[in-house]
Design a protein around this ligand. Sequence first.
Ligand code: GTP
Length: 911
Amino acid sequence: MSQEYHGKGKAAGDGEASSSRRPASGRPQYVTVGSGSTSESAARLQALLDNDSGYGGSVAGDALNGVPVWNPALTEDRPTPSHSPMPRGSGEAADNDRRVQANAIHQLWYNQHRVALGRSINRVVETLKGLQEMNATWPATYPSVQRAEAAQSSRPGIIHTNTTHPTLSSESEPRPGLMRRAQTSIGEHQTETESSKAAEQKPKEEPRLMTPQIAQEFSILKLDLKLGALHQTELVHSLEKGSIASLLDGKISSSIKHLLSLRERIEDTSSKVLVTGDLNAGKSTFCNALLRRKILPEDQQPCTSIFCEVLDARENGGVEEVHAIHKDVIYNRHDESTYDVFTLADLEKLVTTNEKYTQCKVYVKDVRSIDESLLNNGVVDISIIDAPGLNSDTTKTTAVFARQEEIDVVVFVVSAANHFTLTAREFIWAAAAEKAYIFIVVNGYDNIRDKERCQKMILEQVQGLSPRTFKESSELVHFVSSNAIPTGPSPPGGNGGRGSGSSSGGGGDGPDDDSDPKGKGKEKEKIRDFENLEQSLRRFVLEKRARSKLAPAKTYLLNVLGDVNTLATVNQDVAQSELDRVTKELNDLEPLIEASQKARAEVSDDIDRTIETTCKDIYDHTRSTLNHSIAQAADEDLGVPYPGLLNAFQYAEDIKEAILSQISASVTACEEHARRKTVEGVSSIKQLGLLHLGDEYTDLSFRPNVMFRRKRDVLARQIEVETELWDFFDWSTIMQRQEKLAGTGMALTVATAVGGRVVGGFGWVDGALGAMKVVGNNNIRKLIIPGVIVTAVAATYYLLLQIPHSLPHRLTTKISTQLAAIDYVHSNSDRISSSVRKVLRFPADNLRVGLQRSVEQLGNKREETRKVRMESEVARKYFGNLVNETVRIRNTVEGVDLEGPAPGVAGGYDY
Ligand SMILES: Nc1nc2c(ncn2[C@@H]2O[C@H](COP(=O)(O)OP(=O)(O)OP(=O)(O)O)[C@@H](O)[C@H]2O)c(=O)[nH]1
């Protein structure tokens, strides 16, 4: 509904139109006040107003970026309308001058305050926008504290709503320690100094959004959260920091919007007077009397069915007409699709039989001078809204209407005969919540015979309904007869024509045509009463205007500045503690990073060394083991029984197999050794990891049994050793063995059995020569052949007997030669150590990556912390400045004194 009343009509165009189209008087726009007699002081004041309307031309220059600037048209002083030309006595002229002066003083006073408040609004809007920006980058902390009981002994602690430890003790630490922002890490401070027992004994503190103190401090930016059964506090605590910030952002936005509308409101030079009352109480008659024209239809039957707002025709380019506003549209005078145009004469039909329209704008030319007129009184443009009579259908609508901010004054018309009906009382009670004072017009007073009783009864009723109005009843309660007021002629084709055509009084409807001098006197009294009412109403409107337009702006500014100041103070502290925390964090981080970098280099070397040592050890071990094993293979018990000469070749194969198996077993043993060493290596790397990375270290699962699964003895199997005949007779072995046997004196050889030391190196030759001597040459000659044969057989027998001893040596040598040819020992040592190296590299690389990551993480943390430090620094400065700025603006706003009576008006209501 409020928008429906947005046409202020104070656009520049209108101003021009009005000034150029104000033809009737033909006077200059800035005329001398009074009826011809120039009042110097009035003229001076008027000139002062002309030159300095309070805006002094500086406002446009002051306009801040992005904030809508003042509409210059609104700040221009408006031409002073003409005054009534009727001749007056000197006393009346003086009165008139005084009134004009008073008006001018009031205008000056009003403008000064308006400018101060307007500028403050601009500054606050800018400040709020800045706060919004800051809130987007550095989510502001919304104050929340412990239960009031817990906080009683100390100042309220402040924690962030999303802090992980919501139950902070406000007793153990001073306030700054309690302030934390969201995502602050756990256990930062509060439990350090208190024993667990003490903590247990403490009453359980519930998180609470605000103490009553702070709740009082916050009036506009208070987060109003009502969701289901959750208490607001819990709700805020359950919300993320981001959500709080966006809620706050929304609050700030609506506050900015409200400030802009307040600014528009204080710029608005118009004032709306809502005339309401019971059916047929004479509201329309009263409005017409105020206008001194029969504009609104009057009837004995209830007739007004829609709201009719009567405005000065200047608002409509000087054209008198009616704009009937379509239902469900917002009226815009410049958009004819929002209304239908009618003549004033059509108004009667419109208001009585209406279904299509919700309200009418009635533009009428003011027939009265500024010192008499209510519509156009030189200070403020007043529009009068004639409401339908109160009945069950419209009471609610009218009550809603009366609550609108635009309605500055509610004039309640009550029939002197009927007094306050139940509906009337209900309406006044409802309206009293918004409007402390109601202007009461007791109409139809002429019908009352016992006037005193009527007054008494009505005033008693007023006392019950609105005590404050009753207190000011001489100004606010008027007993009049609206129909006794002479009204001017209706416009051509108008609805009335019942008026006398005279605006000087004495004319009008019926009663004053009476030639009876007593009657005439009575009529004059009625007119005087009505004029008194008009003066009171005017004072009330002027006074009310200052209060109703400037006071809300002032109050709101003070409230919002208070809120922003509280928020800024809290956030300044929070930013400071955040700054301290991150500075400390950074100080702690630096050595950590250094140590981590150093550890990374050192551990890397350590790992390399561990791997190299382990691998070298394994290589050496394998090499020596295999060499030894190969060399000693023949001497070992191969476990292959000699099957006899016939199976000698099979025996050779078995021996070969056994030797190779032995070597293989040796390889396996080396691998086993390597495995053990690898397990040790892996474990030592793990220890290094745990030492330097702690929980950060990710252990890899190592399965030692998987090592050396394949290719274990491939090389051994590749050996192919051909068994040759000579392999069975290994001379060197035989000789070696012979020597060994001779040395031990245990030579039980075939040769000795046959004849001396046949088989004993060359000893057997000596034996043969000795035997030759004994036997003699002939005999020898006879014996030589059988002897040779025997010897040969014996030697052969001996050789064959030696096969189990000589064959393994022979084969070992051959195998060894072949293994040497394929570099078997080195290959296997290398294979095993390489495999170990490969295995060890996994945890080593893992550890290196972990260390690298740790260094990087610390580096990132440092970067982030630096960023937070920078942001906190910016926030601290910002909120520090904000605290000062809010105090400065607050001082300016507080300097706007609206408390005392406004100069220039007589009233001074206690609002
Ligand atoms: N005697 C007397 N009659 C009055 C006075 N004021 C209004 N009337 C008459 O009372 C009747 C109703 O007046 P309206 O002005 O139409 O009353 P209203 O309150 O506007 O009526 P609705 O808009 O229909 O509620 C008309 O016939 C008027 O002439 C007055 O002061 N004295």
